[in-house]
Design a protein around this ligand. Structure first.
Ligand code: FAD
Length: 320
């Protein structure tokens, strides 16, 4: 099958893009040298929202669309998405967040000055990636275990390319502006936690935990430019201590394992594929039939998952 579009990357952005395009009727091929379970996306916490940008702005529209979509997915079995109530807290006073209930002083752990209660979607990423892969297959999309060596080389295969290579875009485009921000998690059994907790602003280290039915993900760290992928014992100990100070029940929880992921950062901020291709020396029409974009996924402060399936109404089948 000659694909209408090749999606480079098969993780949350690649799979989401592939699902949107395949469900819109295009023949889609995803390329990645590793399965979704071996990517950064499989390590994400992952919390969607809250949406804090003004609804009229593009970032705000994406945030609100993502939040609405993941809230809807929380009602669908097999997605790995659940709605959880929890606290978003800060050690400093800040402005009120519209639509969110402020924490009473008694809700705040020692050392915290302000916070909000919110009910937000938490995404068990390995499960969610499996759900997306199933949806892609059901829509006729295909997956190829392959590393894309150059975008130019793909023009022999397809007129359209969606670059969803995450950190891999640094070498592939190439785009030296893409760097890694290392993040580490500790995963424990769930000692009965129902509510999440996250401290802001994020970085370089903060207290956060996200409960899932059988486990809890504890974070977080943000180390720019560090590309080591093995867990750091000292960082793991600090994560545990910070979280136990907030939630003493975690002291009794068995540690199941450690996770490290490299966040693509700052990433490509909405360049068009023509722009990427021109950088790579590929000739592209001035007005391509389908506007393929590279999508940046992680939010700068409160993390948010963006551009999920169903929100990409702009994708249209090209004239054949
Ligand atoms: C510890 C941690 C916690 C996080 N928590 C959150 C959170 O709560 N909320 C949130 O929104 N975000 C969170 N993030 C950020 C989020 O995980 C990333 O922004 C997101 O996973 C990036 O997805 P991606 O699909 O762009 O990239 P990746 O998941 O890195 O996938 C890249 C894909 O491209 C493929 N690829 C790369 N190069 C090539 C090539 N040359 N040819 C073919 N394929 C290639 C890879 O194999 C892979 O399939 C977190 C990240 C970390 C590390």
């Amino acid at each position: 099958m000659r694909p209408d579009v090749v999606v480079v990357g098969a993780s949350v952005i690649g799979l989401t893009t592939g699902v949107c395009l395949a469900e819109a009727g295009l023949k889609v091929r995803l390329q990645s040298p590793v399965p979704p379970s071996a990517t950064t996306s499989a390590v994400a916490s992952a919390m969607a929202g809250p949406a804090v940008a003004p609804a009229g702005e593009r970032a705000g529209r994406h945030e609100w669309a993502g939040l609405a979509e993941f809230t809807a997915l929380a009602g669908v079995a097999g997605t790995g998405v659940t709605l959880r109530r929890g606290r978003l807290v800060s050690r400093e006073q800040g402005p009120p967040l519209p639509g969110m209930q402020a924490c009473a002083p008694g809700d705040l752990p020692p050392g915290f000055a302000a916070g909000f209660w919110a009910t937000l979607p938490l995404v068990d990423m390995p499960v969610y990636l499996g759900y997306l892969a199933g949806r892609l297959a059901a829509a006729g999309g295909e997956f190829e275990y392959a590393k894309t060596r150059s975008l130019a080389g793909l023009t022999a295969v397809t007129p359209l390319v969606a670059n969803c290579a995450g950190l891999g875009a640094r070498e592939l485009v190439p785009d030296p502006a893409v760097t890694a921000a290392r993040g580490q998690h500790v995963v424990t059994d769930n000692p009965g936690l129902e509510e999440f907790f996250i401290e802001a602003p994020l970085g370089p280290a903060w207290a956060a935990y996200w409960p899932y039915p059988g486990h809890v993900v504890l974070g977080g760290t943000w180390v720019s430019g560090d590309e080591r992928t093995e867990p750091d014992d000292a960082a793991a100990g600090q994560i545990l201590r910070r979280c136990i100070r907030v939630e003493p029940r975690l002291a009794q929880a068995r540690v199941r394992g450690h996770q490290v992921g490299l966040r693509p950062w700052p990433g490509l901020t909405f360049p068009s594929v023509p722009q990427c291709c021109r950088q790579a020396g590929i000739r592209v029409p001035a007005r391509p039939p389908v506007p393929i974009r590279t999508i940046r996924w992680a939010g700068p402060r409160w993390s948010s998952l963006r551009c999920p399936p169903g929100t990409c109404g702009r994708w249209r089948t090209p004239a054949r």
